[in-house]
Design a protein around this ligand. Structure first.
Ligand SMILES: C[S@@+](CC[C@H](N)C(=O)[O-])C[C@H]1O[C@@H](n2cnc3c(N)ncnc32)[C@H](O)[C@@H]1O
Length: 294
């Protein structure tokens, strides 16, 4: 069987098995693409939002979901316990700034923000909150960033009873896996949750992907080395609609493996969302939200 055929078969099987579960939203590629193709035909490019609205809307939707899962608290818990928001692949720290501004609006001020990105950025949004909350920015690769050591070195500023929440918006390929691995390396008593919008699955690789055993149940090692490349079809305007759909199905298969890892290894309850409008806002519309089991 070709890899494309294997992707189709596995996707169809996962869709059927998860039809009645919280993972069902991961397996609605055909339904979403039908809608996107219909909107494109009716509205064309004009129906799309401006860049600014696209991003602000996505961030606002992530904030609502975090509130729902208790990853943003309406007030400081008693006894005081700072939440440490670690934004992986932060770029300008747009998501951190939204989380921080929401916390400030709610009057919950004793939180900590850490933004990590390997690239330098202009027009950083850390300025929106750094005068109000403890914040750090580290310019380095996530692979080289030891979060546990970093927090350990800041023990005077960051109280010992803190809780860590990994956040990210559109964290490219293997960087999402590096962030999840970083959560695995934390003292479990300090881990609280994860909110990651995944993206660029074509950059995933066998070296960093967190759930190789799951992929190996369905693909050979040789197939796994090329599997992520199929996902690049999802966002390529040059390919046919059926190939685009196969690209999205590959993304969902990779994200489902991550969900299983979060449940089995991080011991968190995970819920995947299609958090934004795949036509107007972003085709990279999957958000993985997880919280530790009580
Ligand atoms: C698609 S951008 C998203 C930026 C920002 N989160 C946003 O929503 O605008 C992905 C970001 O992740 C960063 N990144 C990707 N892989 C990384 C890695 N291994 N270590 C650190 N940063 C990484 C890139 O430099 C880039 O800024």
């Amino acid at each position: 069987m070709t890899i494309s055929a294997k992707i189709e078969v596995l996707y169809a099987k996962l869709k059927e098995l998860n039809a009645e579960t919280k993972f069902a939203s991961l397996f609605q590629v055909d339904e979403v693409r039908d809608q996107v193709e219909k909107e494109l035909k009716e509205q064309g490019e004009e129906g799309k939002y401006s860049q600014y609205l696209k991003h602000s809307n996505q961030q606002a939707k992530i904030i609502d979901i975090m509130l729902k899962h208790g990853l943003i608290l309406k007030e400081q818990p008693t006894p005081k316990m700072p939440y440490v928001y670690v934004e992986f692949g932060a770029g300008r720290a747009g998501l951190s700034s939204y989380v921080a501004l929401k916390l400030l609006e709610l009057g919950n001020k004793e939180n900590v923000f850490i933004a990590i990105d390997r690239d330098a950025r202009k027009f950083k949004l850390d300025k929106d909150y750094k005068d109000h909350m403890l914040s750090y920015r580290e310019r380095m690769d996530i692979a080289d960033f030891d979060l546990r050591k970093f927090i350990g070195c800041k023990e005077v500023e960051i109280k010992s009873d803190h809780k860590i929440i990994a956040i990210a918006k559109h964290l490219c390929g293997g960087a999402t896996d590096l962030a999840l691995t970083s959560m695995k390396l934390q003292d479990p008593s300090h881990s609280l949750g994860v909110t990651i919008a995944t993206c660029c699955h074509h950059c995933c690789d066998a070296k960093t992907y967190v759930n190789l055993p799951y992929l190996l149940e369905h693909f050979t090692s040789e197939e796994i080395t090329v599997l992520p490349r199929f996902s690049s079809w999802a966002v390529s305007p040059q390919v046919s609609a059926p190939k685009q759909r196969l690209g999205f199905k590959t993304k969902r298969i990779l994200d489902f493996g991550r969900c299983k890892y979060i449940e089995e290894v991080l011991k968190m309850d995970v819920t995947p969302y299609q958090y934004c409008d795949a036509f107007k806002e972003s085709p990279e519309s999957t958000l993985l939200v997880a919280t530790v089991r009580q």
